[in-house]
Design a protein around this ligand. Structure first.
Ligand SMILES: [Cu+2]
Length: 112
């Protein structure tokens, strides 16, 4: 949602505002943005379990990591790492994409 950057940033900040102590033991998955793609593109996560995602932006420019369901959005300047926490997901596939590299930056969480 590049057109609504202020809202994007606000929501990202809220997502980051979860208490640190409650997040310490969460399963954590790292996704690297590089050359306009995400690696890995498929991330298997435990179903019905909160988890944390750490996005590392190694692109030359900014990236915006986004999922529609559940909604999450992280704007990352080049060289920046940010994290967000996802709520428990039912088994299924949850696509993610990079708003600034829509043609190539595509992936999915698979909750099982
Ligand atoms: Cu967006």
């Amino acid at each position: 949602m590049t057109l609504n950057r202020a809202l994007c940033l606000t929501l990202a900040c809220l997502a980051l505002g979860a208490p640190v102590a409650a997040r310490a033991d969460l399963p954590t998955f790292e996704i690297v943005a590089q050359n306009g793609r995400f690696s890995p593109e498929t991330v298997e996560v435990p179903a019905n379990t909160r988890f944390r995602v750490r996005i590392v932006n190694r692109n030359a420019g900014p990236e915006e990591f986004e999922t529609a369901t559940p909604f999450r959005e992280l704007v990352l300047a080049p060289g920046v790492t940010r994290t967000t926490v996802y709520p428990p997901l039912k088994p299924g596939t949850y696509p993610f994409f990079g708003e600034f590299h829509k043609a190539t930056a595509k992936g999915r969480f698979i909750a099982k």
